[in-house]
Design a protein. Structure first.
Length: 95
C-alpha cells in the first residue's frame, strides 16, 4: 500500500513539474507553502486516466479515482488545479 501511495504522489509531483505554474506569492496565513497550479484543462479525472494507464503496462496496481483524490488532498495540498478564470497564459498575462 505504501508503494502505491508513493507512486501516486510521485505521479502528481511529476505532473506539476511538467505542466504546473508556480503561484508567485503564498496565500495569506501560509507563508511557507508555495502553491503550484495545474492548467484548468487538466481535470483530476483526466489525470487519473493517465495515471491508471501506466501501471497496466507494468502489471502494477493503481488506486481508484476517489483514493487518488484523497491522497492528493492529504499528501500534496500545495498542487491545485486552476479555475478557468484563474488560468491565464503568458500572452494574456502581459495584456
Amino acid at each position: 500500500m505504501f508503494d502505491e501511495v508513493k507512486r501516486d504522489v510521485q505521479f502528481i509531483m511529476y505532473t506539476s513539474d511538467e505542466i504546473g505554474l508556480p503561484y508567485p506569492a503564498a496565500p495569506s496565513g501560509k507563508d511557507n507553502i508555495s502553491i503550484v497550479f495545474l492548467p484548468s484543462i487538466a481535470r483530476k479525472l483526466h489525470l487519473h486516466a493517465q495515471y491508471s494507464a501506466v501501471p497496466e503496462e507494468r502489471n502494477a496496481r493503481c488506486v481508484q479515482f476517489l483514493a487518488l483524490k484523497s491522497i492528493w488532498l492529504l499528501c500534496v495540498p500545495d498542487i491545485k488545479i486552476a479555475k478557468p478564470r484563474e488560468d491565464v497564459c503568458g500572452t494574456c498575462e502581459r495584456l
